[in-house]
Each structure stands twice: as C-alpha cells, then as structure tokens.
Ligand binder design. Structure first.
Ligand SMILES: C[S@@+](CC[C@H](N)C(=O)[O-])C[C@H]1O[C@@H](n2cnc3c(N)ncnc32)[C@H](O)[C@@H]1O
Length: 168
C-alpha cells in the first residue's frame, strides 16, 4: 500500500525501495515467500552486500538505515519515479524525463480522466495515477493479456487500484 499515502513506518504488504551504494531495488515486504517447490520459506532478499531478512523491515521507519549481512543500506518509500527505475520490465518503458513532458503537454491535473493505450509495464501509468488522483481516473488498455493482468495486480498491491481501470 506504500504508493497511496506518505507514511512514517513500513508495513507488511508495502513495496519498499532499498537504496544501496547507488543501486535501487524494489522489495515486496512480506516476511515469508513461496520457493520454487511451492514451500513457504523465510523471505530473504539477496544483495551485493549480503542478505536482508525482509521481516526486519516491518515497523522500521522509511528513510532509516537497514543492516545487511555484509553491510548496510537505506530503505525509502516508493514514488512513481523510483518505481520506473526498479520495476520488473515486461516491456520497454517510459522514463521520468519523457513522463514529465507527457504530463505537462496533456495539461493533466487532479480530476482529469485519461485513456492510455499500451499499459506495458505500468511505468507511465503509475505517474498518470498520481497526477489525476484522488478524483480523476486512468483507463489503461493493453492487448497483451499477461502484461495487462500483472499490471492490474501491481496497481492493487500498491494501493492505487481504485484510480485505474485496466482493460484488455
Ligand atoms: C512499450 S510498451 C508501453 C510501456 C508503458 N508506456 C510503460 O511506461 O511501462 C507498449 C505496449 O503497448 C501494447 N500495445 C501495442 N499495440 C497495441 C494496441 N494496438 N492495443 C493495445 N495495446 C497495444 C503492447 O502489448 C505493449 O505492452
């Protein structure tokens, strides 16, 4: 839910950004995960500076330093800009410099209704949603069923599903 409102503390279910020596990683804050055999195991995120037990993030402050097994990093709240830099690519994506120009030239404001053709990886969609919410809406289309489904799941997981309708 961490895309919906700014907040102090990390909660289970958030997406948190790990900032580590000029690299950024998006972490799904869940204490446990399924392994390849489908078994429930401890969620341990591996980094170049060692392992992070994801459960230790729950209750930590956004912006705080977190210990890894061979170093440390900082954990920060996601924004559309940070998501564009860390999202799992299903397609080529639009990055912040172009997104800024798109939002400006379309004169989008809170309350605008937007139709987006080609959801792709949802990079632009996250920025559109932030711009038009809380009273506006984004209608995004993609004929690729899997991409569309995954993007819809991400919008829900990020707590911004109310502001977007995903169609295929
Ligand atoms: C380059 S990706 C879009 C990336 C997206 N803007 C982002 O920032 O993540 C283009 C997407 O458009 C979709 N697409 C292409 N032609 C389409 C069409 N005629 N109708 C619907 N979707 C289409 C493709 O399936 C692909 O997922």
């Amino acid at each position: 839910m961490s895309f919906r409102n700014y907040k102090d503390k990390i909660e289970e279910g958030d997406t948190a950004i790990l900032y580590l020596s000029n690299n950024l990683y998006a972490i799904d804050v869940r204490p446990e995960m399924k392994n390849k055999k489908g078994e429930i195991v401890e969620n341990v995120y591996q980094t170049p500076f060692g392992a992070l037990k994801v459960r230790t993030l729950i209750g930590a402050n956004y912006g705080s330093r977190v210990e890894l097994s061979k170093g440390w990093g900082h954990v920060i709240q996601p924004t559309p800009e940070l998501w564009s830099l860390t999202l799992p690519h299903r397609t080529q994506i639009i990055y912040t410099p172009d997104i800024s120009m798109i939002l400006l030239q379309l004169d989008l404001v809170p309350g605008s209704i937007v139709i987006e053709a080609g959801t792709g990886s949802g990079s632009l969609t996250h920025a559109l949603i932030r711009r038009v919410r809380p009273h506006g809406h984004v209608h995004t289309f993609d004929f690729h069923e899997h991409r569309s489904k995954v993007a819809q799941e991400e919008f829900q997981e990020h707590g911004i599903g109310d502001f977007v309708t995903v169609s295929r």
